[in-house]
Design a protein around this ligand. Structure first.
Ligand code: ADP
Ligand code: ZN
Length: 785
């Protein structure tokens, strides 16, 4: 038998291996294999993507043999592999790259080389002598890497290799298969007479159950010493057993006893009675969308199938988890990047072994090897964190829909402010639209007032209307959220005389002043600079513009010295313990005014919050990105939606241009009109959903190299022209990152077929044309800067 194996290498090809009789477990698609690779037959981890009886491609004698198939379970289902193929095809990556991107790294075998002294022979070279002296002093074998580090010098490694060839040094490899979460158990081997009371007690326990975790023996009063004595006598043996972290009994508890409204029931029934299609479930915050999808999930689990719930990074809060647990008990799998290596392996195995039915996590959960998947949910489907920014650069929302069609199960995209793409697809009935028209509670949507920053009197960025609203709210014992889109103090100064702007040397973007640290910080690469208050060119005092959370915080403190003010942004919640305490304090009403970024506008429910202000609603509008209107609209709706979730509230939107459709329609709750206008605009300019974009980026060290790149780019252009509209290469809006110059072209395909054909050519031609050049093929890009 022959196995087609995907390896973790950026080449878009798989490798054929012969399956020998000697492997530990039976070959199956999705199983892990250990294979020799390359000239030196270095052992690598691979995944079987297909099996065949005969091999046609190459002469059988050239085919290498699989070293081992270590597990009796698969790590990917066959449907996972199909999905990985689709991701590789659409996002211009290799199948192996995709599979190993998702697979927790604890499953990758590690090969460690050991060396030892074979013959004590006289050698001449100084390094050789040092090596032998070192090995002699160590007696047994030592890790090769330890030896190389101990004997400093450039040629150590090659000298060791030489000594191995001469037969003076021996080399052995040890393989660690998995970072399997295990625990130690005592196993009864042979009953022999003993005298000690504790030893007798232990034997009695083991007679009944044959094996028991050491931890449990300890709990029953059997000490380590007793266990050791029994082991020495050969009565018991200590063995390692797989132990998946955090498995609890699954209890289906419908304990919230929520009776769905007529609207909600209609949506639920549509999902339950529908075919395996994609639904777009939308409606304002508080309209009960989550209850609908949790009910749908519950019905799915009752039928014996599993559910995958994807949520954005910021939404995966303890609150959300508790809400899901209130439906399914504690045995849900939570999967995200903050878990440890062992925890990730554990959770992955729970999917493989069917130990849980409900899986919730961030975009990286897309590929969890869940069997019998019955429903996929994508909450806050418009969120940009669904797009992976590293290779394979996949879009988890788009691929969740794909997974739904592969698994033949329904997919629910959920949002208060759907992405324009999904909304459009619902409008042409590619997706099925399910709208919840009003809030479940009787609490009305917040009253929204738009303030014109150009006209109204203000102190700094605070309009008179806002100042009086803040006073009134706090006087009633309620809370205010002031939303600003940027952390830090303000954008760096510019010189009014000569126009100098303090920019990052590496990224050429204006720096942001962080007053707390007294540093200018680049928000692209994080580099810190000493603050500048005078122009280094002409000595004029710099002027400062722009607002960040720190500056707002400081100005609020001056305006309202008696109020309790707190800042909630990436900088203040970086530390999870402190962040959790901060949020608890806000909930408990220990603060009057919260100054925050997106972090404050997502996920958390603050019961006392009744006034929300978006301080500068339309500044993002000027960015050269076709999605900036959509993002402005979504930010306003989400932020204002935080107000008055538990009692009536209000929102103030401050804008320089209140007539801007994103601002106007958000304030008037005229969502349909916004989408209609935005879709029209997208159509005129041929942006998605009317085209399929690819952002192609080159990063080069010196601008002088650009000419060469452009020449080759023009060759490429000829080949992809039938499929893409290809504008010339231009400097990116953020022209430099970490010292490299960025050049981009925003290409668009008219149809999905063209997109896929064009990508095929990019995948084939670019590695050849641009060998040694750093480039990036970003399909379905969400950031164009
Ligand atoms: P959304 O996801 O649209 O923001 P949720 O599903 O979170 O809305 O519902 C908002 C609040 O209303 C939640 O506290 C939820 O438990 C409650 N809720 C939703 N539907 C009902 C219902 N039918 N009866 C009672 N409470 C409900
Ligand atoms: Zn920088």
């Amino acid at each position: 038998m022959f196995a087609e194996v995907a390896l973790n290498i950026p080449l878009d090809k798989t490798f054929i291996y012969k399956v020998p009789e000697t492997v530990s477990s039976k070959p199956e698609v999705g199983k892990r294999v250990i294979v020799p690779f390359g000239k030196s037959d270095f052992l690598k981890t691979g995944i079987i993507v297909s099996l065949k009886e005969t091999s046609s491609e190459i002469e059988e004698t050239y085919i290498k043999e699989i070293f081992d198939i270590p597990d009796d379970f698969v790590l990917f289902t066959e449907k996972n592999i199909k999905l990985a193929e689709e991701i590789a095809r659409r996002y211009a990556s290799a199948i192996g790259e995709v599979l190993f991107f998702f697979l927790p790294s604890g499953f990758i075998i590690e090969e460690t080389s050991y060396v030892y002294l074979k013959r004590n022979e006289h050698v001449k070279g100084k390094t050789e002598q040092q090596i032998i002296k070192y090995l002699k002093s160590k007696k047994g074998r030592v890790k090769l890497i330890t030896l190389v580090r101990a004997i400093k010098g450039k040629s150590t490694y090659s000298t060791v290799k030489n000594l191995i060839r001469k037969g003076i040094i021996g080399k052995e490899e040890d393989i660690t298969y998995t970072l399997l979460p295990t625990q130690k158990v005592a196993v009864l081997k042979e009953i022999k007479p003993v005298k000690g009371k504790k030893e007798l007690e232990a034997i009695e326990i083991l007679k009944k159950i044959k094996e028991i975790p050491i931890k449990d023996l300890n709990k029953r009063g059997i000490s380590y010493n007793t266990i050791k004595r029994l082991t020495n006598k050969g009565i018991i043996e200590i063995e390692e057993r797989e132990h998946l972290i955090d498995i609890k009994k699954q209890v289906l508890t419908d304990n919230r006893k929520i009776i769905l409204t007529a609207d909600q029931k209609r949506a639920l029934n549509a999902i339950l009675n529908g075919k395996n299609e994609t639904f777009l479930l939308y409606g304002v915050t508080g309209s009960g969308k989550m209850e609908v999808y949790l009910h749908a999930a519950l019905e799915t689990v009752k039928k014996g199938k599993s559910v995958l719930i994807l949520v954005p990074e910021l939404l995966l809060t303890p609150e959300l988890r508790a809400r899901v647990e209130s439906y399914f008990g504690e045995n849900i799998v939570v999967f995200h990047s903050k878990l440890s290596k062992k925890e990730l392996v554990s959770q992955w195995l729970k999917a493989v072994k069917g130990k849980s039915k409900v899986f919730i996590g961030t975009r990286m959960s897309l590929m969890l090897p869940i069997k019998d998947l019955g429903l996929i949910i994508v909450d806050e489907e418009q969120d940009t964190s669904y797009k992976e920014q590293q290779k394979p650069l996949y879009h988890a929302r788009e691929m969740a829909v794909k997974r739904g069609s592969i698994e033949k199960c329904p997919v629910i995209l959920v949002s208060a402010t759907p992405s324009v793409e999904s909304y459009y697809r619902a409008s042409i009935e590619k997706y099925r639209a399910l709208e919840l028209k009003k809030r479940v509670s009787n609490i009305p949507l917040p009253y929204i007032k738009v303030v014109n920053l150009k006209e109204e009197k203000r102190v700094g960025i605070f309009s008179e209307s806002l100042i009086s609203a803040i006073k009134n709210t706090v006087k009633k014992g309620e809370q205010v959220l002031l939303f600003i889109n940027r952390r830090g103090f303000f954008s760096s100064g510019f010189c009014p005389k000569c126009g100098f702007v303090a920019e990052c040397d590496d990224c050429a973007v204006p720096l942001v002043y962080h007053k707390n640290m007294n540093r200018l910080i680049c928000h692209i690469c994080g580099k810190k600079y000493k603050p500048l208050f005078r122009c280094p060119e002409c000595g004029t005092k710099l002027e400062f513009k722009g607002y960040g959370t720190e500056r707002v915080e400081e100005e609020v403190k001056v305006l309202f010295p008696d109020f309790r003010i707190v800042r909630l942004d990436q900088d203040t919640v970086k530390n999870p313990t402190k962040g959790a305490k901060l949020i608890a304090d806000i909930k408990n009403g220990n603060y009057d005014i919260i100054v925050g970024t997106q972090i404050a506008s997502k996920g958390h429910n603050f019961p006392k919050l009744t006034l929300v202000a978006v301080l500068m609603a339309d500044t993002g509008y000027l960015l050269p990105d076709f999605r900036s209107a959509e993002r402005t609209f979504q930010t306003i709706v989400h932020t204002t939606g935080r107000a008055g979730r538990f009692k009536p509230g209000a929102a103030i939107i401050q804008a320089f241009d209140p007539e801007n459709p994103a601002v106007k329609y958000a304030a008037e709750y005229k969502f349909d009109l916004f989408y209609k206008e935005e879709i029209e605009a997208r159509k005129i300019f041929n942006y998605p959903p009317f085209s399929y974009p690819v952002l192609l980026e080159f990063q080069i060290e010196k601008t002088s190299k650009f000419g060469k790149i452009e020449e080759k780019f023009n060759i490429l252009k000829e080949k992809i022209k039938p499929y893409f509209n290809v504008p010339p290469l231009n400097p990116a809006p953020i022209p430099k990152v970490s010292g490299r110059y960025r050049f981009i072209t925003f290409m668009r395909a008219a149809t999905e077929e063209n997109l896929l054909k064009g990508i095929e050519i990019l995948k084939r031609e670019m590695p050849v044309l641009f060998r040694g050049v750093r480039y990036r093929i970003d399909v379905d890009p969400v950031y164009l800067l």
